[in-house]
Design a protein around this ligand. Structure first.
Ligand code: NAD
Length: 297
């Protein structure tokens, strides 16, 4: 079944996702804040029939499904609920909104409840896998919402998502995504410390990586990050600013619930230092370089 889909957020992840929706035959309406996006980054989508919209009112009108893939909690809240053109005022009564951004779970619950009171269904569907998986159509998504809304959402996002797991009600997709991020960044830090230790004790980090990659300490994250650290190739990849944002959301939530997570505390400080030093656009493997700076203090 094909739909009219309003798509908001034409960044690194949004562009390949939108292309997959066109491949499935959906009619696509694209929103961007700047006109030039339609003649540059999103030109290939417009050439294939996607409709450019410069207002949220326009992108939401007549859309059965509206997808957001923007940056942080306040962006999603403003687009959907509080902004001057908030989608809640323009969405069709039986529309479904799917949010792929990684944002705060409790704000997500509030957004879902506000939209629900207007008769609009909402599913939080953060994704994992990075731009490579978005392009290949093999993302993983952890989703939250009513069973009916999640089933509707799954039919749409299967265009670019290989594995979809309904975790629970609205907000539970975001909880699972933050769990994924906690495990992920602590894993990256573990790889950085392991290679730093190898070097300090006089072993070749590349040979150590080769020796341990398929052992119990190995992981997809080690396989991805260790070569970048060994080759000092810190070009993103996974931009550190995005991990910093997610660590901040998780750290704030854990603190407000008085749940002690010592490694997350350390990661929160490491990412804050990294952002303060203007390294947010680098790959998250730059955590390796931050260890050297700690050493210099
Ligand atoms: P990006 O910065 O490349 O793109 C974000 C897009 O959203 C931009 O086009 C920006 O103009 C638009 N945008 C931001 N705020 C907006 C607003 N208030 N109104 C309208 N448009 C707005 O980011 P990305 O890498 O595509 O990531 C998008 C989301 O997906 C983030 O929440 C990120 O944490 C998450 N994510 C990213 C990756 C990744 O590898 N890049 C992987 C998984 C999840």
């Amino acid at each position: 079944m094909t739909h009219t889909i309003g798509f908001i957020g034409l960044g690194t992840m949004g562009l390949p996702m939108a292309a997959h929706l066109l491949n499935r035959g959906h009619q696509l309406k694209l929103y961007a804040r700047r006109q030039e996006v339609f003649t540059l980054q999103a030109k290939h989508l417009i050439d294939r029939g996607a409709i450019p919209c410069l207002s949220l009112t326009e992108v939401a009108s007549n859309a059965d499904v509206i997808i957001t893939n923007v940056l942080g909690t306040e962006d999603v809240r403003q687009i959907l609920i509080t902004g001057p053109e908030a989608i809640q005022c323009h969405a069709k009564k039986d529309a479904l909104i799917i949010d792929h951004s990684t944002i705060d779970p409790s704000a997500t619950k509030e957004i879902a409840s506000q939209l629900g009171s207007q008769g609009v269904a909402f599913v939080d569907a953060p994704v994992s896998g990075g731009v490579w998986a978005a392009e290949a159509g093999t993302l993983l998504s952890m989703i939250g919402g009513t069973e009916e809304a999640c089933e509707r959402a799954s039919n749409v996002i299967s265009a670019y998502t290989k594995t979809i797991t309904r975790v629970g009600e609205a907000g539970h997709g975001q909880i699972a995504k933050l769990c994924n991020q906690i495990a992920q960044v602590i894993n990256i830090q573990g790889v950085a410390e392991s290679l730093t230790f190898a070097h300090a004790l006089g072993a070749d980090p590349a040979r150590v990586f080769e020796a341990i990659e398929s052992g119990m300490g190995g992981s997809p994250m080690m396989s991805l990050m260790a070569p970048k650290m060994i080759n000092r190739d810190f070009k993103a990849g996974i931009a550190a600013r995005l991990h910093a944002k997610d660590v901040n959301i998780a750290h704030t939530a854990a603190r407000s619930l008085e749940t002690p997570l010592p490694c997350l505390n350390v990661m929160s400080k490491q990412y804050q230092r990294l952002i303060d030093e203007g390294l947010g656009e680098q790959d998250s493997s730059i955590l390796f370089k931050m260890l050297k700076r700690l050493d210099a203090e």
